[in-house]
Design a protein. Structure first.
Length: 114
Protein backbone atom coordinates (compact mmCIF):
# COMPACT_ATOMS: atom_id res chain seq x y z
CA UNK A 1 0.00 0.00 0.00
CA UNK A 2 2.80 2.47 0.87
CA UNK A 3 4.42 1.74 -2.47
CA UNK A 4 1.26 2.85 -4.33
CA UNK A 5 0.98 5.95 -2.17
CA UNK A 6 4.58 6.92 -3.00
CA UNK A 7 4.00 6.23 -6.71
CA UNK A 8 0.81 8.31 -6.61
CA UNK A 9 2.53 11.23 -4.89
CA UNK A 10 5.44 11.07 -7.33
CA UNK A 11 3.05 11.02 -10.29
CA UNK A 12 1.06 13.97 -8.91
CA UNK A 13 4.24 15.98 -8.31
CA UNK A 14 5.52 15.19 -11.81
CA UNK A 15 2.28 16.25 -13.49
CA UNK A 16 1.99 19.43 -11.42
CA UNK A 17 5.57 20.61 -11.92
CA UNK A 18 6.26 23.65 -14.05
CA UNK A 19 8.23 23.54 -17.26
CA UNK A 20 10.18 26.25 -19.00
CA UNK A 21 8.84 27.54 -22.29
CA UNK A 22 10.91 29.83 -24.51
CA UNK A 23 9.21 31.64 -27.37
CA UNK A 24 10.72 33.94 -29.97
CA UNK A 25 8.29 36.00 -32.03
CA UNK A 26 9.67 36.89 -35.46
CA UNK A 27 8.49 39.19 -38.22
CA UNK A 28 7.98 38.20 -41.86
CA UNK A 29 11.74 38.61 -42.49
CA UNK A 30 12.62 36.32 -39.61
CA UNK A 31 13.80 39.12 -37.32
CA UNK A 32 12.93 38.94 -33.61
CA UNK A 33 10.14 41.31 -32.56
CA UNK A 34 11.14 43.12 -29.37
CA UNK A 35 8.44 43.62 -26.76
CA UNK A 36 6.08 41.11 -28.40
CA UNK A 37 3.59 39.57 -26.03
CA UNK A 38 2.64 35.90 -26.14
CA UNK A 39 -0.19 34.68 -23.98
CA UNK A 40 -1.18 31.07 -23.47
CA UNK A 41 -4.67 30.62 -22.17
CA UNK A 42 -6.90 27.64 -21.57
CA UNK A 43 -10.55 27.75 -22.67
CA UNK A 44 -11.56 27.78 -19.00
CA UNK A 45 -9.30 30.76 -18.27
CA UNK A 46 -10.59 32.62 -21.35
CA UNK A 47 -14.17 32.29 -20.09
CA UNK A 48 -13.16 33.71 -16.70
CA UNK A 49 -11.49 36.85 -18.11
CA UNK A 50 -13.10 40.17 -17.25
CA UNK A 51 -12.34 43.57 -18.81
CA UNK A 52 -10.05 45.97 -16.93
CA UNK A 53 -11.16 49.51 -16.04
CA UNK A 54 -9.41 52.88 -16.23
CA UNK A 55 -6.81 51.74 -18.76
CA UNK A 56 -4.99 54.33 -20.85
CA UNK A 57 -1.97 54.67 -23.07
CA UNK A 58 -0.73 58.25 -22.83
CA UNK A 59 0.95 59.97 -25.76
CA UNK A 60 3.69 62.20 -24.33
CA UNK A 61 7.07 63.38 -25.67
CA UNK A 62 6.22 61.81 -29.04
CA UNK A 63 6.03 58.33 -27.52
CA UNK A 64 3.39 56.06 -26.09
CA UNK A 65 3.54 55.36 -22.38
CA UNK A 66 3.63 52.51 -21.66
CA UNK A 67 5.17 51.28 -24.91
CA UNK A 68 3.49 47.89 -24.53
CA UNK A 69 0.09 47.56 -22.91
CA UNK A 70 -1.42 44.12 -22.32
CA UNK A 71 -5.14 44.11 -21.61
CA UNK A 72 -7.83 41.48 -21.30
CA UNK A 73 -10.45 40.99 -24.01
CA UNK A 74 -13.22 43.61 -23.83
CA UNK A 75 -11.11 46.25 -22.06
CA UNK A 76 -11.71 49.86 -23.15
CA UNK A 77 -8.43 51.76 -23.61
CA UNK A 78 -8.21 55.58 -23.71
CA UNK A 79 -5.41 57.33 -25.59
CA UNK A 80 -4.96 60.84 -24.12
CA UNK A 81 -2.69 63.07 -26.21
CA UNK A 82 -0.41 65.09 -23.91
CA UNK A 83 1.83 66.23 -26.77
CA UNK A 84 1.85 69.43 -28.79
CA UNK A 85 1.72 67.40 -32.03
CA UNK A 86 -1.04 65.33 -33.59
CA UNK A 87 -1.11 61.58 -33.04
CA UNK A 88 -2.94 58.81 -34.82
CA UNK A 89 -4.09 55.74 -32.91
CA UNK A 90 -4.56 52.59 -34.96
CA UNK A 91 -4.35 48.83 -34.74
CA UNK A 92 -3.79 46.45 -37.63
CA UNK A 93 -4.60 43.41 -35.51
CA UNK A 94 -7.55 41.52 -37.06
CA UNK A 95 -9.42 41.07 -33.76
CA UNK A 96 -9.06 44.77 -32.86
CA UNK A 97 -8.67 46.73 -36.07
CA UNK A 98 -9.30 50.42 -35.35
CA UNK A 99 -8.18 53.90 -36.34
CA UNK A 100 -8.80 57.28 -34.74
CA UNK A 101 -8.92 60.67 -36.35
CA UNK A 102 -5.72 62.67 -35.83
CA UNK A 103 -5.68 63.90 -32.24
CA UNK A 104 -4.66 67.45 -31.46
CA UNK A 105 -2.78 68.28 -28.27
CA UNK A 106 -4.75 67.56 -25.09
CA UNK A 107 -7.44 65.62 -27.01
CA UNK A 108 -8.47 62.16 -25.88
CA UNK A 109 -9.50 59.51 -28.37
CA UNK A 110 -12.77 57.83 -27.48
CA UNK A 111 -11.96 54.55 -25.74
CA UNK A 112 -11.47 51.65 -28.12
CA UNK A 113 -12.63 48.24 -26.95
CA UNK A 114 -10.07 45.46 -27.46
Amino acid sequence: MWRWLVVGLWLAATLASAAELRVTVRDARGQPLPEAVVMLESPQAARAVTPLTGVEMVQRDKTFNPQVLVVTRGTAVSFPNQDTVRHHVYSLSPPAATQSAPLMATQIAPPDQW
